[in-house]
Design a protein around this ligand. Structure first.
Ligand code: SAM
Ligand code: SF4
Ligand code: SF4
Length: 351
């Protein structure tokens, strides 16, 4: 281990004084789903070329980069993808990250379908939090949004296995699209009300270039709260911590809570402490970035920990990203689609 100079390990602030706290790590660009809003089947067909094995960061490389970033302020990791459970031996990565980087909080976002055989092992290897995506309990709508191959039952089974393995609460992510699944939100909320699991409704976002996003497809957080509250009375709840992404609402009868992620209608860039590491080792500083900075190249060329840390320090201290706060003005100026050219895709950065 190289000896650190104190000056190189001070916590970082970006150009808007936001610290670097969270790292989302995409461990694969592949997925067994074809969600229309993320990897539409027409584009990600059999001929689509995913990353080759030697382009993907190894577990040792991921662990090294995380260890380099910890002194700069990283406290939380989220493992994502693509579908992270498709990455061979994922529980072993969790164990390495827990044992060798000092990070105490390692979360996973998954579509849940492979959890049945892995949830217990993930828990034993040190995974601390679990988020499972489920857009609707209605099988037809689920197929329409997520692809034909799998079933709602497989995701529900994943959620139950995760809960039985000790993940509590399980968070359930639901992307809301107008005219697609908005009439099924109350059913989803009702299904999990009183179970201790927390459903989080996410406004459909214009991430990437390929999902045909249009403002007219967004159901705002206010509308979502109205739809749920009309049938299951809810009240606003205080955030758990600074920078919490979801706005919390508790059921008035005390039977739990939901979250609403209003990235489009009420952006939260001022609190954004997240960086993202792509499967092939690019560091990306915003969900809506048009590119990242390659860390894999210097890592494989033999850069020292200090040299890698200096690259990240330079990126973060120059970070001005606040796309969601600027979206309305950008769309008014350029029209929908104009600004999206060249953007990083959701499955590369994992949300
Ligand atoms: N495959 C895993 C899953 O679906 O949970 C992890 C990766 S996925 C990219 C992470 C999260 O991003 C999921 O909860 C997904 O629903 C959400 N997501 C993907 N595209 C989105 C979009 N255009 N707008 C809002 N959320 C999106
Ligand atoms: Fe796969 Fe998740 Fe993207 Fe759906 S949202 S296509 S499950 S990576
Ligand atoms: Fe963070 Fe970019 Fe999202 Fe703003 S738009 S909250 S800066 S990821």
């Amino acid at each position: 281990m190289p000896v650190e100079s104190p000056a190189s390990t001070e916590p970082l602030r970006d150009a808007l004084a936001r610290p670097l706290r969270d790292l989302r790590i995409s461990v694969t660009d592949r997925c067994n789903f074809r969600c229309t809003y993320c990897m539409p089947a027409e584009i990600f067909g059999e001929r689509y070329t995913f990353l080759a094995r030697d382009e993907i960061l190894t577990f040792e490389e991921i662990e090294r980069l995380v260890a380099v970033l910890v002194p700069l302020g990283i406290e939380k990791l989220r493992i994502t993808g693509g579908e992270p459970l498709l990455r061979h031996n994922l529980p072993q990565l969790i164990r390495q990250l827990r044992d060798r980087t000092g990070i105490q909080d390692v979360a996973l976002t998954t579509n849940g379908t492979l959890l049945k055989r892995m949830a217990g092992q993930l828990r034993r290897e040190g995974l601390t939090r679990m988020t499972i995506s489920l857009d609707s309990l209605d099988e037809d709508i689920f197929h329409r949004m997520n692809g034909e191959k799998l079933s709602v039952a497989a995701v529900l089974e994943g959620i139950e296995t995760a809960a039985a393995a000790g993940f509590a609460p399980v968070k359930i992510n639901c992307v809301v699209q107008k005219g697609v699944n908005d009439h099924t939100l109350v059913d989803l909320a009702r299904h999990f009300k009183g179970t201790g699991h927390i459903v989080r409704f996410i406004e459909f976002m214009d991430v990437g270039t390929r999902n045909g996003w249009d403002m007219k497809q967004v159901v705002t957080g206010e509308e979502i709260a109205g739809l749920i509250g009309a049938e299951l009375p809810i009240e606003p709840e205080e955030p758990n911590y600074f920078g919490e992404v979801a706005r919390r609402w508790r059921y008035a009868d005390g039977s739990g809570e939901i979250g609403i992620i209003t990235s489009v209608s009420q952006p939260f860039c001022g609190d954004c402490t997240r960086a993202r590491l792509t499967t092939d080792g690019q560091l990306v500083t915003c969900l809506f970035a048009t590119g990242g900075t390659d860390l894999r190249g210097p890592l494989r060329a033999g850069a020292s920990d200090d040299e890698l840390r200096e690259i990240v320090r330079a990126i973060w201290t120059n970070r001005h990203d606040r796309y969601s706060e600027e979206r309305t003005a950008i769309l008014a100026e350029e029209g929908e689609g104009g600004e999206r050219e060249g953007r990083v895709e959701m499955y590369q950065i994992g949300g």
